[in-house]
Each structure stands twice: as C-alpha cells, then as structure tokens.
Ligand binder design. Structure first.
Ligand SMILES: [Zn+2]
Length: 640
C-alpha cells in the first residue's frame, strides 16, 4: 500500500449550469482516482459547489427564489450530472454546509488572533462581474479580461490578509519542491509572479454590499469574501481539524484546477495553509482550456457545450477517451466534433475495437471459443513475446499517469495495441492453422493475444471503465473483480486456459458521419407522420415570426453530412442557412428558386456553420418539398 491519495476539483460556482470545462476537470479527477485504485491506494475524491456571493444572490432574485433554494437547485444539477458521466466522487461539499462554515470561522479566528488579518481602507478598481478588485496590470485595455467592461473605482474599508509576510517562504517552498505546481510552465509563472512584491489580500466585503456569505467571526458587519470561504472546503470536507479523514488523506492532497484559478491555488492557498498551521498540499495540477472554435468557452459567449448531449451522441467512454487523449494536460485544446469522430474511428473502432474482434474471432475459429493452453517452451519466443512488452507498457503507464501526463499514458497503451496488431500480422495465425505442425505455435500466439487483451482492459479502466468491463466479460472474466490492479496486470499468465469466451459483441462501432446537432433548429427534419397537437396561438404569437421571401443564390453539400445543405440566400441581405434537405434536393437544382424563410430564428451552429434562419418545407412521404411563392417576388418581401 502506498500513501493515501486525496484529489479535489475546484468547487464550482453555481451561477451557471455545468459545461464541458467542468466535466473535463471532474473526469480527470475521476481518472486519477481510478488510476490510484489500480495501485491499490486508498483514495478520496472531492468535488462540490461554491454557493456564496453577490452573483448568486442576483441570480436567485432573478428567478424569484431565496438564495438557499436557488443554490440547492443548481448544486443538484452538478451533483446529478457526475454519476451520468461515470464519475465516482467520494464526497460532494457545499459551502453552505454548516460544518464547512464552522471550519471557515475557526480558521479565520485563528489567523486574525495571530495578527495576520488587519483592517484597512482601500481604494481600487472593482469589477462587479468578478466580485473582485483588479490591479492596473491585470486589466486588458483598461478592461476586466473576463467581462470586457471597465472596472469601477470604489473605496471601502475591509479586512486584509498579510500575504506579503509569507512571500519568501512560498518562493522557497516552490523552489524546493519542483513538482509542487505542474506542469512546469505554471510553476515558472508562479515563480515569476512572486518576483514582484505580493500585495495583501482583501478577504471581506461589507454586508451593506454583499450579504450572502459567511459572517466574519470578529466583525458582524462583514462577510468573508471568496477565497477564505471557497479554498477551505478542501480541508473542511475532511472534517478538519480532528477528523479521521483529515488525518488519513490530507498528507497526500493534490488539487486539480483550470489555469484561470492557478494564482489563488498556487499563491493564496499555500500561504493560507502556512498561516493557519496546516501542512501544505502535495501538488497543484493545472490544466488548460477547451476552446470551441478558437475562443474561450464561457457562459457569456454562449457557446457552451453540454456534456450530456455529447455523451448521448457519442457514448460515454468515447467522450471520456477523447477528452483525456486529445488534451495535452496543461495546454489549451480545441474541441470540435470532427476531431472527436476521427478519434473514435481511428483509436477506438480501428485500433482497439478491431484488435479485440480479431483476437476473439480467431479464438472462436481455431479453439471453439475456449482459451487455449500456451506452449511453455514457446511462450518467451522472441517474435511473440508480449510479456516483456506488457511489463514495459505497464511501467510507463504507471509513471505517466502519476505525473498527470494522461495523453502519454494513453499513448503507451496504444503502442501496446499496435504491437499486438503487429504480432497478428507477423504470426499470421490463419497460416499456422493450415498445418498441424504449427499447432503449438497457434495455441501460444492466441493465448498471448488474449492475455494481452486482459492487460489492455485493465489499463483502459481509469479512462473507459465501462469498456474495460466489457472486455473482461468477452474474456470470460469477472467484471466486478478488481481486474485493474497493477500487480495483477503485471502477472503474465493469469488468464486460465480452458476458460470459455462468450459470444462477441463489437465495442466501438465506427461513426460514418457526424451526427447532427441534437437540438435541430431546422423544422424540415421534423417528423410529419406524427402530427403534434400544437396549442392554439394568438395573432400576436404569429406576428413574432419574421417570415420573408428569399432567392437561393448558391447551395452546396455540407461535407460529411448526408442531410445538410449550406445555402446562401438573398432576402434583401445575404444570409447563410443550413437546411436538412440534402436527401431531397441536389444543390444545383435549387439555385435560383424562391423560398420562404424564417428570418428571426436564433442563429444555430450546424457542423461548424452558423445557420441564420430556416427554410420552410413540407415533409412528405417522398421527401421534403420547399415552399415557394406562386409568382416571382422581390427578395425580402414580408409574409403575413
Ligand atoms: Zn470581471
């Protein structure tokens, strides 16, 4: 047994629904936890929600709810999402939990009594969106980088935490622990930041301005502002100070954060810990952002990708695999469905899926679906010696996963898969099967390949737990057993000859074309065979539709889609519309046609193209039929 492993995600702020970024961070924490359970380490995985602050109060008021009702509702969205993504967190903390609030007060009291918190007047540039002061240096063109608005100058008296007192200690700590902050680029950044004098941290807000928070234990007119509330969740969740969990797990603590909050976690948090007399965490693991069409994903930009939609379209394991395989931990990555489909087809359907199906169908064909007995003398023969390759692979995987270089860990599994495919080609079991002289070789090759699949299923377990279990079932093994323990994977030959292999089911079907967006905006894909009973509407409701005549000036097929056409229209102005009529019309036959367009439909992105409206069409048994005016009409003419 190694030292217990404790991993946290940031607690998520409940002013928005969970998006791809939240899912990524939490899936990584899940993968890291499952990986450590492969090492038979005792693990504790914490996630949760950050529920105080002005933005929460405003969001609650907007929905006509009390703040607690509101945070209960949004917090539940996060809590309920994680099991859907196969995320097995040990606990879910909420900063409105009474036990958490008690720990915050206790630690604030101690640090205040020690003289590290003082009261002072402060004037600064404040962004109300961020609920924080900015220094001139942090602004971009004089504006908040997140909200792109100019901060307001405000002056108020507040409590400050003497961070400057611990600056030299922190520099020394970071220098003495090379992987305290990783990857290295972020460690270097923190060290560069620490070259400048550290400003003291404002840790309060007057209740006159923000009331939804934890009251300072030493001043009833103030609440504690974000960091002393939020960061302390990492210890309060373990029942700090006396809890068994705290004693057991805190010494092995690691945090995962997106790069946007590396500074509070890399600077404020260790200083808060040292000031409170709590041992410092082991590692801060910083990841980059998922960019969607090159821009940072955020709620205000409105291009949020819903994790559940992606799971439903592509399958959970494929989604998890893509996130871990495509992002180099620490760097930004672009998210697009083309890359996801390519990844599924090449790595999952082709490499892994094909390997499993080739090996199992040969076992079925040559050995009636029973694991054959290998020939002891041939087991280590050079060209079929998978045993040594497996040992090296497991070793490399172990190191890379410990270092949070997940994509490299996955690559080492895929190298092993490549080796297995190569052995099949070299050994050519179909040739060996032709001649009884090669019977011992055939048995040994197939046994080795089946044993190789057992190793692969163990190694993919942290990233794709469901698929790992499916392969176990295909090998006639117990998917509920801890088949993924590294020491079991290291023991070559655990698969028992004579085990019967059940009927094979394909693991990852190829995706032939990118499934269309689950929320299809074009009515032409609606199902006309089931006329929906729609409610009566008033003329006012009808008047909300901006219907116009337009002329199609160009049309082309959307690559990789069977259904979609990209259509340029003239309706007084030029627009692009993506329409699902490709199975009914060729692009060249609709150019010049006049059509009816819903001009005020919210733009929607389909296959990477922004569609600014919708063409009206009837859905008939023989396909779609575009609506068209019965005589030539000026483009842009309004329809009523
Ligand atoms: Zn801001």
């Amino acid at each position: 047994m190694t030292a217990p492993f404790y991993i946290t995600t940031p607690i998520y702020y409940v002013n928005a629904r969970p998006h791809l970024g939240h899912a990524y961070t939490t899936i990584i924490a899940d993968v890291a936890t499952r990986f450590h359970s492969m090492r038979r380490t005792d693990t504790f995985f914490l996630t949760g929600t950050d529920e105080h602050g002005d933005k929460i109060l405003q969001a609650a008021e907007k929905e006509g709810l009390k703040p607690k009702q509101y945070v209960d509702k949004i917090s539940a969205l996060f809590r309920d999402l994680w099991p859907e993504l196969n995320i097995a967190n040990s606990d879910f903390i909420r900063t409105t939990d009474p036990a958490h609030k008690a720990v915050v007060k206790q630690i604030l009291t101690r640090i205040h009594a020690a003289g590290d918190i003082y009261f002072s007047e402060y004037e600064g540039l404040y962004c109300f969106g961020c609920e924080r002061f900015y220094t001139e240096r942090e602004l971009v063109d004089g504006k908040c980088p997140d909200h792109e608005v100019e901060p307001k100058v405000i002056k108020e008296a507040n409590y400050f935490f003497k961070m400057s007192r611990y600056q030299d200690w922190l520099i020394d700590h970071v220098k003495r622990h090379p992987d305290f902050i990783r990857p290295e680029r972020y460690r270097n950044e923190v060290l560069a930041f620490l070259k400048e004098p550290l400003e003291d941290l404002c840790i309060s807000r007057p209740k006159s301005r923000i009331s939804w928070g934890i009251t300072l234990p030493f001043d009833p007119d103030y609440v504690t502002y974000v960091w002393f509330d939020a960061l302390l969740n990492y210890v309060s969740a373990l029942d700090y100070p006396e809890g068994e969990k705290f004693k057991r797990f805190w010494p092995g603590a690691q945090h995962i954060v997106a790069k946007g909050i590396r500074k509070p976690h890399g600077i404020y948090w260790p200083i808060m810990l040292i000031a409170a007399g709590i041992p410092i965490y082991q590692h801060l693991n910083v990841h980059g952002y998922w960019n969607i069409d090159q821009s940072k994903m955020s709620k205000s930009l409105g291009n949020v990708v819903e994790p559940l939609e992606l799971k439903n379209v592509y399958g959970l394991d494929a989604f998890r695999f893509f996130l871990l395989r495509d992002m180099v931990f620490g760097l930004d990555s672009n998210f697009n469905q083309e890359a996801l489909v390519q990844r599924i087809n090449s790595d999952l359907a082709n490499d892994l899926g094909n390997l499993v199906s080739r090996v199992l169908s040969m076992a079925r064909k040559y050995f009636k679906g029973v694991v054959p007995e290998p020939d002891a003398g041939l087991l280590d023969a050079g060209w079929m010696d998978l045993k040594a390759v497996a040992a090296k692979t497991i070793d490399r995987f172990d190191q890379q996963m410990q270092a949070f270089t997940f994509h490299k860990g996955i690559l080492s599994i895929w190298n092993f898969i490549g080796q297995m495919n190569k052995i099949i080609d070299t050994a050519a079991p179909w040739q060996l099967a032709k001649d009884s002289e090669h019977e011992a070789e055939l048995r040994t090759v197939i046994y080795n390949l089946l044993e190789g699949l057992r190793i692969v299923s163990g190694l993919i377990y942290p990233v794709m737990p469901d698929s790992a279990k499916k392969i176990q079932v295909q090998l006639g093994l117990d998917p509920q057993a801890p088949f993924y323990f590294l020491n079991r994977l290291m023991q070559w030959g655990r698969l028992q000859p004579g085990t019967s292999l059940p009927k094979f089911k394909p693991l990852f079907p190829r995706i032939e074309s990118i499934p269309e967006a689950p929320k299809q905006a074009d009515a032409s894909t609606g199902d006309a065979s089931q006329p929906a009973a729609k409610p009566l509407i008033s003329i006012d409701d009808f008047a909300k539709l901006d219907l116009k005549i337009a002329t199609i000036v160009a049309a082309e097929a959307v690559p990789k889609s069977k259904k979609l056409l990209k259509i340029e229209i003239d309706m007084g102005e030029r627009r692009t519309i993506v329409s699902g009529i490709a199975e009914s019309y060729r692009p060249d036959e609709i150019v010049g046609k006049q059509v009816v367009v819903v001009a005020n439909l919210k733009p929607v992105k389909l296959m990477g193209i922004t569609s600014q409206g919708m063409l009206l069409s009837a859905d008939t048994d023989s396909g779609f039929c575009l609506l068209t005016p019965d005589k030539g009409t000026a483009p842009g003419a309004a329809i009523s």
